[in-house]
Ligand binder design. Sequence first.
Ligand SMILES: Nc1ncnc2c1ncn2[C@@H]1O[C@H](COP(=O)(O)OP(=O)(O)O)[C@@H](O)[C@H]1O
Ligand SMILES: [Mg+2]
Length: 403
Amino acid sequence: MAATRGPRYPARAGLVRAGGAALCGLGSATVTVPDATPAVSPDATPGAARDARPAATAAATRAATPVSLAGRRPEVPVARLLAELVPPRHFAAESFDTYLPDPQFASQGSALARLRAVAAAIREPARGSWLTGRRRAPAPAVYLDGGFGVGKTHLLASLAHAVGTDRTAYGTFVEFTNLVGALGFAPTVEALAGNALVAIDEFELDDPGDTVLMSRLLRELADRGVALAATSNTLPESLGEGRFAAEDFLREIQALAARFEVLRVDGEDYRHRATVTEGAPLPDAAVRAAVRARPGATLDDFRTLLGHLAQVHPSRYGALLDGVSAVGLTAVGPVEHESEALRLVVLVDRLYDRDVPVLLGGSGARGLFSPAMLRGGYRKKYFRALSRLGALADDGGELTASG
Ligand SMILES: Nc1ncnc2c1ncn2[C@@H]1O[C@H](COP(=O)(O)OP(=O)(O)O)[C@@H](O)[C@H]1O
Ligand SMILES: [Mg+2]
């Protein structure tokens, strides 16, 4: 499955727009990764980072396997954080044309048609005119609301592609909050305001501080004429959560609510992964063997990796995976602390964005998060992580099956 998924996303070379680069004091748009870490399997490295790495270094370290994630400490220049605001690799080839509305759910066709129009409006904004007194229309803002697996991310990525990835900043909610953490609020506004569209996948409402922060960020961007698009963060419907989140979203972003148009996307889970998969874990020895057989695969003891994640800023977890073709974890077991669990969620998101298969030893995903965590305020994140980890572990299992 992994082999057929996700064509490599073309790196947005020279991708930092003038505003961001100037503001961050970065003279050049070239993305470099000053990374003491060995580069594993350069062929598998996505995007800009690999292209910027000196070929000699990559060649010299190519043979070194298995590498551990815990041995890597990537430094990520701000330019790269901005450059990585593109749709995930998994959706690189998707467009409005590849979204096939289900005739049984009229809202899918309507959402598609509306988004095509929104893309056109962003590409060619209607001009205001002082002669006729016509004011320039505010930039569009849309919120895609729907259950799990109905194609919201597919549509959001398609919108970004239709507008142009060089004029769009596309990221998950967490990536944007990390960016504010790394740059500060005002510089983030400046860095993002040069875009025609800011697209936020999986708008999270479970942390009041972050929600307020994002709401403020979006307001400033909207005031500067940037179009906005966001998607809801919903659980697999079988887990019994409300399927639609628009009311919560509009309440939380009160100052902006009137500007957002809610596009509802009904439907069934396209992946038919309505339940969280909990595939059987692999024996640790099988994880080690599979990693050894696969160039670019990493091997870590689960608890050691959790400890390491505390030492690396979450905005760097993507860079931690540079060149990694698969992640092998031995002695996987329950995560004890919420802070560890939340870091793990971010790592799983970055693994999922990059389609990196995962091999889980120990007890695997079973009991990874405690019942208290799965009932608590961050449960949506945990269920999402379990669902994604299940999919990636399925891919990892296929690696062992295929030798
Ligand atoms: N109508 C559709 N036509 C084609 N592919 C779809 C459609 N809906 C979903 N998919 C595919 O199914 C998978 C899950 O969709 P996704 O956009 O991730 O769902 P959501 O973000 O709503 O959870 C993706 O690979 C996506 O490309
Ligand atoms: Mg999605």
